[in-house]
Design a protein around this ligand. Structure first.
Ligand code: HEM
Length: 124
């Protein structure tokens, strides 16, 4: 009976670990990529600025969570510093959309891509 209970407990733990996938670093990154693509597809359409600002707010919320999740590679403190930098750039983007400054948007999007590449080179 005891070993059955232990096996049941182990199985329950296994199931929990599988379902926690929904909030993993990987899924936060995937969801941010989807949001970024949505923004990129209409970043020059000023009539979509408020919508884009709201999408960027979701990207930031994902990164607030992802910042506290441990990557497989690299130093955690450096990872967190780069994630903070990443969120500052996203806030710049959100501000540009909020003040209808579409001229600034392209260069901020380029900064996001450079920052993303650095993050993936060092921590992925
Ligand atoms: C807006 C910027 C970024 C986007 C859109 C993005 C997107 C992605 C995507 C699509 C993946 C692959 C997920 C998969 O395997 O299906 C990924 C993985 C990853 N990214 Fe990012 N990323 C960004 C910035 C960063 C930054 C700045 C860092 C580090 C400071 C970082 C760290 C990682 C790590 C560690 C993984 C591997 C996660 C895992 O499989 O456990 N990313 N990212």
């Amino acid at each position: 009976m005891k070993s059955f209970t232990t096996a049941l407990f182990a199985f329950a733990l296994f199931c929990t670990s599988q379902f926690s996938y929904a909030q993993s670093l990987k899924s936060n990154m995937k969801s941010t990529e989807t949001l970024l693509k949505q923004v990129a597809s209409k970043m020059n359409d000023a009539s979509k600025n408020q919508e884009n600002a709201a999408l960027v707010a979701k990207m930031i919320a994902n990164f607030e969570v992802a910042k506290n999740q441990t990557p497989d590679a690299g130093s955690f403190s450096e990872y967190q510093a780069l994630m903070n930098q990443s969120m500052l750039i996203m806030k710049e983007l959100q501000d540009a959309f909020n003040r209808n400054d579409n001229a600034a948007v392209l260069s901020i999007m380029q900064k996001i891509n450079t920052n993303k590449k650095e993050g993936h080179d060092k921590f992925k």
